[in-house]
Design a protein around this ligand. Structure first.
Ligand code: G3P
Length: 253
């Protein structure tokens, strides 16, 4: 367990609380989780086979991309996803009013214990998150672009908050910096809401989010697989195998 002097005291872990004022605790409650951000069953299976997948996030755009529409097909698709991955699966409500969100969210939550009801950051959305929290239903507050919005999501008891890193970068605002800011705020008060870095576009986003202490990164498959590759690994392995073959041939001769 290690605490580095950065900018504030850890209030989350008993070991760091008292003597380390002025220090930031770098130990998260759990290792960083990798979610895949897609509704493609093929891609979810591929990521699952890699052995590093902890969950899935979807949204209405990703469902539409897979051609999934109509109430029954949508519901079946979420169950299919839950049957592939042993981890949280975010399913987003379409309703924008409180009563509609509650009805939809309860139906989604009843599909499978791993379903997390994804709710947009709006006034009705935050109220709905508070309701779901009281009912023990897991939530993911989506479309978060500011620290103030993240604070509201945590106060409502959201299981996850989803700041959109890539979409902030798109408008010349540092998305990773927002993750860092939310980390500081949540650690100041010991909020249990997990920071789920969303709109991840490439492997450096994943690494930067890990550096600043995101709890989860939800990524396209391409960003996850890019983490595996390094030219020196490829060259090194080729050399090991060539040397092994040479030695085997020499023994035979
Ligand atoms: O999780 C939110 C994500 O799907 C948004 O990603 O690339 O459309 O900004 P993007």
């Amino acid at each position: 367990h290690e605490c580095a002097k950065v900018r504030h005291a850890c209030k989350g872990h008993a070991q760091c609380r008292v003597p380390l004022a002025g220090y930031l605790c770098r130990q998260q409650q759990h290792p960083m989780k990798f979610f895949i951000d897609t509704a493609s069953l093929a891609q979810i299976k591929e990521a699952q086979d890699l052995g590093v997948l902890d969950g899935v996030t979807t949204n209405p755009s990703l469902m539409a991309k897979e051609g999934i529409s109509g109430h029954d097909r949508v519901m079946k698709h979420y169950v299919d996803i839950c049957n592939i991955v042993d981890g949280d699966v975010s399913a987003e409500v379409i309703a924008t009013d409180y009563a509609g969100m509650i009805k939809e969210g309860e139906d989604l939550a009843a599909l499978h214990p791993n379903i997390v009801v994804k709710v947009p950051m709006t006034r009705d959305g935050v109220k709905a998150i508070k309701y779901f929290t009281g009912k023990g239903i897991k939530t993911n507050c989506t479309l978060v672009f500011s620290a103030g919005q993240a604070l509201l999501a945590a106060k409502a008891g959201a299981t996850y908050v989803s700041p959109f890193v890539g979409r902030l970068d798109d408008v010349s605002t540092d998305g990773v910096q927002l993750i860092e800011q939310i980390r500081v705020i949540y650690d100041n008060y010991g909020y249990g809401t997990e920071i789920l870095a969303a709109s991840i576009r490439h492997p450096m986003h994943i690494i930067q989010c890990a550096e600043v202490g995101a709890d989860v990164a939800t990524c396209p498959l391409s960003a996850i697989t890019a983490l595996f590759d390094h030219p020196l690994t490829t060259i090194g392995l080729e050399k090991f195998l060539a040397d092994h073959k040479k030695a085997a041939t020499a023994v035979k001769a």
